[in-house]
Write a protein that binds this ligand. Structure first.
Ligand code: HEM
Length: 546
């Protein structure tokens, strides 16, 4: 054995022994530790790998949706030999504490932070505030109102491509192909200030970029256990070493890691190109005075900030990334859901069509942003679909500091036969915020919480208890300082696409059986038997022109 081989073999033995010692210690510690949540009701774990597999199960929508009636609004998620118990929370007052009042005590988990940091930026503290200072001005109602002509242009492009495929009579089409092009254009033109030429036939730019976004979260899901280490990697100095380690991923015998790097590289080179083009245009003074997209707005804001507060290039590029990741797949899934719901509910569909037609005839011109947004039945329909089928069904948080959390709905302590109207959540506890479960709670929305009833939104707050959710008394877009900034943007995208589609076509179901799968952060539809290619089949019948 050479001396190099000897060193390698001793190093390997040392690493193996250290790993074994760490694992034994973790198992012993876990076995001796009493869970602070022993007395709380919760589902059995179906896997020795712990509750994460149940929460993340691609077919787990039913598990989520029925959580409150099965186990209540504070639920114990059973850990295992190496994982402590977690909590699944839907109680409105508890969520108010976690997401708003004591938000600083409940951060994103290391996995999520590590994963998103590689692709975006550190998302806590001051950097998060700055990120929101870049994003928020681009997605206010006032700015979206100015952007609305661009929304109409995208609506027209969407309809032109549908018309070419659908023809005159009735045709079955997979509408998700058209929706993902539209949502990328909305974010591209409205957010980044760039068209991906998504509606051009065989647009390489669209195909490459969209495939990267689409694959990113599912690929991340396969790597989640190494993401906590990414946070240390991000802080590594010197930067050259960090870069060298990143580039070394190309040589790892690990296809998912190589793919993840490739996707990040693809997306980031696009953001850099867009950013550099825009920056050059801004510096030459050739950028339109009345810019509306986020990237260009950030240059304008930056010009007015003192040197010490200016946004770095990296932060703006990260904002481009987080905006695209936050807004594309989520809205594509949401739009697919709305269209398939319309196909299944012909009465509601006709009601919306009548409302649109009546209002458009009375106006005699296109709707403004405010007018389209204010159509009452369309609004009820969108609220109800987003309540019942939130595109992001749950989110993780981790507890940074022991916190007493008051409860709206007191819970039974099964250990002591007592009732608790508050709970101590201890440092290190992993929390799952059950968005889909909270949105279907009968304590919040009444005994018909699982039913599809758009009319419930004719009453304030959907008729029942007030929650702290950012969007119309639901948690679909979360709550607090991390609530989705793109909420208004997403809602008007949905309304605009439904408007242009319904005035021309009747929608009905096809014979295909559709299965919705959770993957990464959102839901995607598939036709039963093929869970590789997303597909949202719908039958379109051209309406007679008047
Ligand atoms: C129906 C579609 C959408 C849904 C259901 C949705 C939902 C959410 C949720 C639940 C969060 C919180 C994530 C967390 O705290 O971990 C979030 C964050 C975010 N969303 Fe959305 N979103 C949608 C569309 C959009 C759109 C269209 C945009 C951009 C125009 C957008 C931009 C963002 C950004 C930038 C964040 C990160 C905010 C932060 O970290 O402070 N989203 N979204």
């Amino acid at each position: 054995m050479t001396s190099l081989e000897l060193v390698n073999s001793s190093t390997f033995t040392l690493v193996a022994l250290a790993t074994l010692a760490w694992a034994s210690f973790a198992i012993l510690r876990r076995a001796l530790k009493r869970s602070p949540y022993n007395g709380i009701n919760g589902p059995p774990s179906t896997s020795i790998l712990g509750y994460r597999l149940d929460v993340n199960n691609p077919d787990g929508f039913h598990w989520h949706a029925h959580m409150t009636e099965n186990y209540g609004h504070i639920v114990r998620l059973r850990g295992n030999v190496i994982q402590d118990d977690g909590l699944f929370i839907t109680d409105p007052k508890a969520l108010q504490t976690i997401l708003i009042r004591e938000q600083k005590n409940f951060d994103e988990t290391d996995e999520l932070r590590g994963g998103t940091n590689v692709s975006t930026v550190s998302v806590s503290g001051k950097e998060h505030k700055n990120l929101r200072r870049i994003i928020d001005p681009a997605v206010t109602s006032a700015n979206i109102s100015k952007l609305f002509p661009v929304f109409y242009e995208i609506g027209d492009q969407f309809m032109n491509s549908i018309d070419v495929t659908a023809g005159e009579g009735s045709t079955n089409i997979d509408i998700i192909q058209f929706l993902s092009r539209s949502t990328l254009e909305f974010i591209g033109r409205g957010g980044l200030g760039h068209s991906f030429r998504s509606f051009e036939k065989d647009s390489a730019e669209y195909i490459i970029f969209h495939s990267a976004i689409h694959a990113l979260f599912p690929t991340m899901t396969r790597l989640f256990f190494i993401f906590p280490f990414f946070e240390s990697w991000r802080n590594m100095r010197p930067v050259r070493l960090r870069k060298a380690l990143y580039n070394a991923i190309d040589y790892l015998p690990w296809p998912s890691a190589r793919k993840f790097k490739h996707l990040i590289d693809t997306m980031h080179s696009t953001y850099h190109d867009i950013y550099n083009d825009k920056k050059r245009a801004f510096e030459k003074g050739v950028l339109d005075e009345d810019v509306k997209d986020m990237t260009s707005l950030s240059f304008k804001t930056n010009a007015s900030l003192p040197e010490s507060e200016k946004f770095s290039d990296q932060l703006v590029i990260s904002s481009m990334s987080v905006l695209t990741l936050g807004g594309q797949e989520t809205t594509t899934g949401a739009l697919s859901r709305h269209i398939l719901m319309l196909a299944q509910h012909p009465e509601e569909q006709q009601k919306i069509r009548d409302e649109i037609k009546g209002a458009a005839e009375a106006l005699g011109r296109d709707f403004t942003y405010e007018e389209l947004n204010a159509l009452p039945y369309l609004d009820c329909f969108v609220k109800e679909v987003l309540r019942l089928y939130p595109p992001v069904p749950f989110l993780w948080r981790t507890t940074k500091q022991d916190t007493i959390v008051p409860l709206e709905f007191p819970i039974e302590n099964l250990g002591s036969n007592s009732t608790m109207d508050k709970i101590l959540i201890t440092k290190g506890t992993t929390i799952c915020i059950g968005i889909a479960a909270a949105n279907r709670s009968s304590r919040i929305y009444g005994p018909n919480a699982h039913d599809f009833k758009p009319e419930r939104w004719l009453q304030p707050d959907g008729g029942q208890l007030k929650t702290y959710g950012a969007y119309s008394n639901t948690y679909t877009f979360l709550a607090g300082s991390r609530a989705c900034p793109g909420m208004r943007f997403a809602v008007i995208e949905i309304k605009l696409i439904l408007f242009v589609l319904l005035r021309k076509y009747a929608l009905s179901v096809t014979n295909d059986e559709i299965e919705w799968k959770m993957g990464g952060i959102t839901f995607t539809p598939y036709v039963k038997g093929d869970d590789i290619h997303p597909c949202a089949p719908v039958k379109l019948t051209r309406l007679p022109e008047h």
